[in-house]
Write a protein that binds this ligand. Structure first.
Ligand code: VG1
Ligand code: CO
Length: 550
């Protein structure tokens, strides 16, 4: 094997813009375009070199992924490029498999400069699916916007990349070895993550819950959390074998779309509504940062899950016994948690979509629990959303209260009222048409005030613009918002994670303080038809119904 560093000439690609969370493209884009991944990786390294006071030879880099198609190949490429670019140290999890939150823990625990996570998250995998590369920075969170913009700039002018000659790293077991100036350490994918989780949860009490006969199912959707579910739930907490289903990480997720929502995970929906349903059910997405949770026969909407966890944390979760510092949610996420924050007397921050905006708030100690409507919940133990954390939080609340998930949620709604909430997605619509539509709507906003919408009138219409309270950074065009006179709300935005055409999302919410057991679809029916009419969805895109309602 050759230990020679090669400098390979290359030409830029115009489309390496990192989206809501990393560079995400069809797998074939990575396979069919020469040096596609190499260009992006070298652009990250070039961005790092620009940072003042960064000396790469004294720094550690982490690399791992969710096991999807190309995980192994691109991991080897990054290892070779990290050596050639002169990193002092590289950490790689055994077999190259690690969940996004566990990677965040590794970066933080080991004081690394940052890390690559090879994942397109909840997008499908396989040669005909999607692949992605995320870069996380020193605090363990996704690279902030200013950083990703620099990566993009570098990608437009790149003319060479550095790589070690023909070389294959053995990563099947924990070991250290030195290649040129770099020490490569193959590490256990659980240790650092387990240390942070043990600092938050009472593992003895949780094992007690399983000893008492409590039954749950954890659906890993053939993503990376199969190995975490088996380790933490079955091995550490003693849940019976078979608690984890679809637990083997597969390069194409066994053909399923590893997005834990009501449509793409009908498997768990069916299981949790069947006669023999266990007490609790949960699914994680491909890279383990999203979660969908169920009580027996009951779907727990993400916005409510965030609100319940925030409300109960100080009494049920030891890591929060001194209280929750503050909370944050992305703008389209339901306002359920705002009411809890109001009651607890803590601040509630509203950020743009994407976990990267929570990092600064958490680093500054302004908030400790965060969530998004897209099935993401997490806290400041890491700087990513964390599917397993959400599961352990619910188990802690169930153990502490001795109540079922259904009782916990019903009690919550009785106490705070309920935000009926739905997201409607229109996937793979014409991209140009979608951009034009948003341009037009943007202009029309001021004239829409007073117009009928749902069962009320539009009281406010604006486009969300975020000023980071810590850094002062401004993020524009973060979603069109319509607030109605009766307190309900509709939001529209375009996705930044899709890989084909455009995906448009409508987020609908209506609060009811008294009647908390109504049918969500019925409650939101009028609002939904008003917004689709206003946006002329059928006329412009020929779509009568959304691709997905969740
Ligand atoms: C989507 C979600 C957003 C989430 C992002 C990454 O973004 O809406 O809430 O943070 O995916 O999640 P968009 O731009 O498509 O709406 V994941 O699980 O890919 O890290
Ligand atoms: Co994910």
């Amino acid at each position: 094997m050759s230990q020679e560093i090669k400098k390979i000439p290359t030409t830029p690609y115009e489309n390496q813009v990192p989206g809501t969370s990393g560079l995400r493209k069809k797998t074939r884009v990575f396979m069919d375009n020469e040096n596609y991944a190499e260009n992006f990786i070298q652009s990250v390294f070039n961005t790092l070199r620009d940072e003042p006071d960064t000396n790469i030879s004294n720094e550690a880099l982490c690399v791992g992924g969710d096991g999807r198609y190309l995980n192994h190949e691109i991991l080897q490429t990054i290892l070779k490029m990290a050596v050639a670019n002169g990193f002092g140290k590289v950490y790689v999890p055994r077999d190259g498999l690690i969940s996004t939150p566990a990677m965040s823990a590794v970066i933080r625990q080991r004081g690394a400069l940052g890390g690559f996570i090879l994942t397109a998250s909840h997008n499908p995998g396989g040669a005909d699916g999607d692949f992605g590369i995320k870069y996380n920075v020193r605090n363990g969170g996704p690279a902030p916007e200013a950083f990703t913009e620099n990566i993009y700039k570098h990608s437009l002018s790149i003319d060479n990349y550095k790589i070690l000659g023909d070389f294959e790293f053995e990563i099947g077991k924990e070991t250290d070895y030195k290649v040129l100036g770099t020490t490569v350490s193959v590490i256990d994918p659980f240790t650092d993550y387990e240390a942070v989780l043990r600092g938050i949860f009472d593992f003895d009490k949780l094992s007690g819950l399983f000893k008492s006969g409590f039954k749950m199912v954890f659906d890993a959707m053939h993503g990376v959390t199969g190995i975490y579910g088996k380790y933490f739930l079955e091995h550490v907490l003693g849940a019976p074998e078979g608690t984890v289903v679809r637990g083997e990480p597969l390069p194409d997720f066994g053909g399923i779309h590893p997005d834990p929502n009501l449509v793409y995970n009908s498997y768990l929906v069916d299981m949790m509504s069947s006669d023999g349903a266990p007490d609790f059910g949960a699914a994680n997405d491909g890279d383990g940062d999203r979660n969908m949770v169920f009580g027996r026969g009951l779907f727990i909407p993400p916005g409510d899950s965030l609100a319940v966890i925030t409300d109960m944390a100080h009494e049920a979760i030891p890591g929060f016994k001194n209280g929750v510092k503050g909370v944050a949610r992305s703008m389209p996420t339901s306002t359920s948690v705002d009411r809890v924050a109001g009651k607890l007397g803590i601040d509630c921050y509203e950020t743009p979509t994407g976990w990267k905006y929570f990092g600064n708030l958490m680093d500054a100690g302004l908030c400790s629990i965060c969530g998004e409507e897209s099935f993401g919940t997490g806290a400041d133990h890491v700087r990513e959303k964390d599917g397993l954390w959400a599961v352990l939080s619910w188990l802690s609340i169930i153990e502490h209260t001795g109540k079922s998930a259904r009782e916990i949620l019903s009690d919550h709604w009785k106490k705070y009222g309920r935000s009926y909430y739905e997201r409607h997605d229109y996937e793979e619509i014409d991209k140009e048409g979608a951009n034009e539509l948003f341009e037009e709507m943007r202009k029309r906003l001021p004239n829409l005030i007073g117009e009928e919408m749902g069962s009320s009138q539009i009281a406010e219409a604006d486009e969300f613009r975020y000023v980071d309270p810590v850094t002062g950074d401004v993020s524009e065009k973060q979603g069109l918002r319509f607030k109605l006179a009766d307190g309900s709300r509709a939001v529209a935005r375009l996705s930044g994670t899709g890989t084909k055409g455009a995906t448009m999302r409508f987020y609908l919410e209506q609060y009811d303080s008294e009647h908390t057991e109504r049918d969500t679809g019925k409650v939101l029916e009028k609002l939904s038809s008003s917004i689709t009419r206003l946006f002329e969805i059928e006329k412009r895109f020929g779509r009568k119904t959304p691709t997905l309602v969740t």
